[in-house]
Design a protein around this ligand. Structure first.
Ligand code: 6CM
Length: 258
């Protein structure tokens, strides 16, 4: 439906969501709030020491070199602006399990362990082995959310997906051939709409999406720092370019999903 210039994009009311009774719900609420606040901070506001390590068109990726017990846990923050897609679309393709094999190149196997609600799933993923390290797996909850823009009522519409490691009694860490990794990832998307000429409908030429992607991955066990940093330098830009092109391709002939 056409949104008139100057009108506030409608916001989904707080869900009467079944996930509130789930054991993970208090953690999901806490981590989502923390991650969204962190992602919304500009690079200048979130402290010094961010190094730009990749740049391509509108995409910029920054990292901070950090180690815990000798293991690389470099926080990453990336920003990108992509024309022709909305934040809702970007988050939909990032969250939904049915598309993951299409864009996630490091993935070997993905299992949905639990569907907590329409907006929340528990995933077990194994990732491709990278020589000379052991293969990795990860269990994380994933939550998609539409956020009211309370800071700026005329500001852009916000959608987010937060992924955060958790445990599962049936899949204890480091019990098979894989080393368990621990991650926190936040994808935050703001849609901008250029008001089209009076009386004309909004097209994909009138929209753009500002994407912020933040991640912290603990490799969980021995992995040489230089190999890991080289891997991240190669794989994160590849991921963000491939994933956003995928969303552009998937949506180009579909109605805009605001
Ligand atoms: O955020 C991304 N993907 C999500 C959906 O799959 C989700 C999962 C992230 C898993 C990231 C694993 C990266 C592989 C890490 C290997 C670590 C150790 C190997 C040792 C090598 C010396 O959040 C996109 C993730 C893009 C990652 C490049």
């Amino acid at each position: 439906e056409r949104i008139k210039s100057g009108t506030v994009v409608p916001v989904t009311p707080p869900p009467t969501c079944p996930s509130i009774s789930h054991r993970l719900w208090p953690e999901i609420e806490k981590v989502v709030h923390q991650q969204v606040a962190w992602a919304r901070l500009g690079l200048g506001d979130s402290g010094t020491g961010w190094q730009l390590f990749a740049e391509d068109g509108e995409m910029r990726m920054y990292r901070r070199e950090e180690e815990v017990d000798g293991m690389v846990v470099d926080p990453l923050k990336a920003v990108h602006i992509v024309k022709g897609i909305t934040g809702h679309e970007v988050c939909h393709y990032f969250f939904s399990p049915q598309y993951r094999y299409d864009w996630e190149t490091t993935l070997e196997q993905m299992t949905v362990l639990e569907t907590i609600a329409d907006d929340t799933c528990l995933f077990l993923q194994t990732h491709k082995r990278i020589w000379p390290a052991s293969q990795r797996d990860v269990i994380f909850w994933s939550h998609i959310r539409h956020l009211p823009n309370d800071q700026d009522r005329d500001g852009p519409d916000i959608w987010t997906v937060v992924n955060h490691s958790t445990e599962h009694k049936d899949y204890p860490a480091n019990s098979g051939k894989c080393v368990r990794i621990f991650l926190t990832v936040c994808l935050l998307c703001q849609t901008r709409v250029n008001p089209p000429k009076e009386g004309t409908p909004i097209t994909r030429d009138d929209i753009s999406c500002k994407i912020t992607y933040c991640s912290v991955v603990n490799p969980g066990g021995w992995a040489p720092a230089s190999v890991l940093r080289a891997l991240y330098k190669r794989e994160y830009p590849k991921f963000l370019k491939r994933f956003t092109s995928y969303v552009t391709n998937q949506t180009k002939d579909k109605p805009i999903m605001f």
